[in-house]
Design a protein around this ligand. Structure first.
Ligand code: NAD
Length: 466
């Protein structure tokens, strides 16, 4: 069994919880349940490690390179565990694992110039960025390896140490990452603890961390913000989305349909920032729906370890049940099923790629984040109306506009109330682009230089010269 990593050591496990393989629906592994004492040890070890870690940026950059190399060297094992716990198809899992090391190297290499506000005979005033201390990092089940790298790379480069907890549904790859980290980093710099939502709450309320970096649902994010407010911890919340993709009437429909289908079904629809509502002009609606449905029917659903598989299972039983419920609700509300519409027989949490037409607001699959392989296509008459409907939600993570005319698309994108607006693409997340959610989709910024800044506190150093 994989163990937790605390203070650079693999620690004893007193109790365990089940880890299910979503492709079979069977319990295939156990993970350690972190005790309150072990959480205290992890926090204490991170705090102790911070004293040296915070001081030497060059050493941190070198250590991050060593970590990236170590992760690269274990790609095969990580991919295997990731498939076992998430049900991601081989190429998707391998892609996620392969993305971790470059993400770490990006932060290791980022040049981060000091800001000098004044430098003259009367004063030298500079704006420095200082480490915060210990970061409590909490990740969801839809991208455990990717989210690990998104959090630890900027946190460590910024001079912080970390206690990280993955989702109880997908702890395995993160536990292995803890072991890999312990081989190359000083003890205590990254601690990995595993357990349920209560452990996340205990981390957020713990007096040691100065920052909570959380990725997950809006409900849990709200609870994190409330818990962290007691001692004014800094928080970054990357939360859910209900992204609108607006197809304009001049778009190449075949290309837009094919690409939007691929994005909306990526990782079985379980990505925060993929298209979840697609708006198509009335005069081109039927053509688009037909192309989208054809793509769904051509999708190979099945064993995630088979390289021919495009769509694996949903990752958790609750998510499988939720998607089944939303699909049933849409059908009962009169939505037209263009493709799919039901679970796939056999073991595991497989669901047919499902496309709905003739559906609109007021139906749950449109109004709520479905986080699964079921996508509604909505009809609109004017672009103003499409924008208004796209914005008529508390979600504000991202969105996209599709058009042959880049300028026209960019002007529509400017009207979208969301943290990222893509033009003729969706869910593109390079490490150097900041990522944030508007409205209920988040607080603070991740990724890029802004993401690094969010793991530091500002300190102004004002040196008088006269
Ligand atoms: P979740 O909120 O149920 O759980 C996420 C993590 O938080 C888990 O580790 C969980 O144990 C922990 N947790 C749960 N309740 C907590 C609490 N009250 N206090 C502290 N920790 C708590 O989310 P999930 O179901 O694992 O993930 C799916 C959600 O995550 C979707 O809504 C998706 O859109 C969102 N997500 C957002 C982003 C982003 O970058 N914006 C990225 C990935 C996923």
């Amino acid at each position: 069994m994989l163990n937790m990593t605390i203070d650079g050591k693999s620690v004893d496990t007193f109790a365990t919880f089940d880890v299910v393989n979503p492709a079979t629906g069977l319990v295939e592994a156990q993970a350690p349940e972190c005790t309150p004492e072990q959480l205290d040890q992890a926090m204490g070890s991170a705090r102790a490690a911070h004293t040296d870690w915070r001081r030497d940026d060059d050493a941190r950059r070198a250590a991050l390179h060593a970590l990236a190399d170590a992760v690269d060297g274990r790609q095969e094992e990580l991919t295997k565990l990731l498939i076992q716990e998430t049900g991601k198809p081989l190429a998707v899992a391998a892609g996620e694992v392969a993305s971790a090391a470059p993400w770490i190297r990006y932060y290791a290499d980022l040049e981060w110039p000091r800001r000098v506000i004044q430098d003259d005979e009367s004063a030298l005033i500079s704006v420095e960025r200082r480490p915060m201390g210990v970061v409590a990092a909490i990740t969801p089940w839809n991208g455990p390896v990717g989210m690990w790298s998104w959090k630890i790379a900027p946190a460590l480069r910024g001079g912080n140490t970390v206690v990280l907890k993955p989702s109880p549904f997908t702890p395995l790859s993160t536990l292995l990452l803890g072991e890999i980290g312990a081989e190359v980093l000083p003890p205590g710099v990254i601690n990995i603890v595993t357990g349920g939502d209560e452990l996340g709450k205990a981390m957020t309320a713990h007096p040691t961390p100065r920052k909570v970096s959380f990725t997950g649902s809006i409900g849990a994010g709200r609870s994190v913000a409330v818990n962290a407010a007691n001692d004014l911890k800094r928080v970054t919340l990357e939360l859910g989305g209900n992204d609108a993709a607006i197809v304009l009437d001049d778009a190449d429909l075949e290309t837009a349909a094919g690409t939007l289908f691929a994005f909306s079904m990526f990782n079985c629809g379980q990505i925060c920032c993929i298209p979840k509502r697609i708006f198509v002009p009335s005069n081109r609606y039927d053509q688009f729906v037909e192309a989208f449905g054809a793509a769904a029917r051509a999708t190979v659903v099945g064993d995630p370890t088979d390289p021919a598989t495009a769509l694996g299972p949903l990752t958790t039983r609750p998510q499988f049940e939720r998607v089944s419920e939303l699909v049933q609700d849409a059908i009962a509300s009169g939505a037209r099923v263009v493709a799919g519409g039901k679970p796939v027989d056999g073991g595991g949490y497989f669901f047919e790629p499902t496309v709905f037409a003739d559906v609109a607001e007021g139906v749950r699959i449109v109004d709520e984040e479905q986080f699964g392989p079921a996508i509604p296509i909505l009809r609109y008459d004017t672009v103003e109306e499409a924008v208004e409907r796209a914005n008529a939600t508390n979600y504000g993570l991202s969105g996209s506009v599709w058009s042959a005319d880049e300028e026209r698309a960019r002007s529509v994108a400017a009207e979208l109330e969301c943290g990222t607006a893509w033009v003729n693409c969706h869910a593109m997340l390079p490490s150097h682009a900041p990522f944030s959610g508007a409205k209920h989709s988040g607080l603070g910024v991740a990724n890029g230089e802004d993401g690094l800044r969010s793991f530091t506190e500002q300190q102004v150093v004002h040196t008088a010269r006269t």
